[in-house]
Ligand binder design. Structure first.
Ligand SMILES: [Zn+2]
Length: 151
């Protein structure tokens, strides 16, 4: 039996950094804010369904590649936008200005991108279970407590 309440969509789940299993619990201990201290601290378990967030040693290592490709995608988007609105020329420094502006933009997005990448990454390994209340938590035999966060 499914919950009567409509559940969060996949995009809203990863964008809002919710647990991919129940789509209710928050993955991170603190909301994203300008005070950067501790914003990457994740709940060890989903506060709603109990899903473990660090499901194996070095699990989030791959998120570097995710945010790298998102960064390339954003850079392409700003390049095309700059080209259409401001343009490029061999006779001035407009390309350099784009490089500087794009770098600052990416740096300012970094806290969001790092959290978003983790949320996206976890959603590729933990499937949504609308009936999570009736199902037991999947086993996590690859968890090594001593090695948690050690990467
Ligand atoms: Zn959950």
């Amino acid at each position: 039996m499914s919950d009567v309440r409509p559940h969060r969509s996949y995009l809203a789940t990863i964008y809002g950094c919710y647990c991919p299993r129940c789509r209710e619990g928050k993955l991170f201990e603190r909301p994203l804010s300008f005070r950067l201290r501790g914003i990457m601290k994740m709940n060890e378990r989903c506060p709603v369904c109990g899903q473990i967030t660090d499901i194996e040693v070095g699990f989030y290592y791959g998120t570097g590649y995710v945010s790298y490709f998102i960064g390339i995608f954003i850079s392409l988007a700003t390049l095309i936008t700059w080209w259409l609105i401001i343009g490029f020329s061999f006779h001035d420094n407009r390309f350099v200005y784009w490089v500087v502006c794009n770098s600052l933009f990416l740096a300012s997005l970094q806290p969001f991108l790092m959290r978003f990448s983790r949320s996206l990454w976890l959603s590729w390994f933990v499937p949504f279970d609308p009936d999570w209340k009736e199902h037991a938590l999947p086993g996590h035999e690859r968890i090594n407590r001593e090695q948690m966060g050690n990467w």
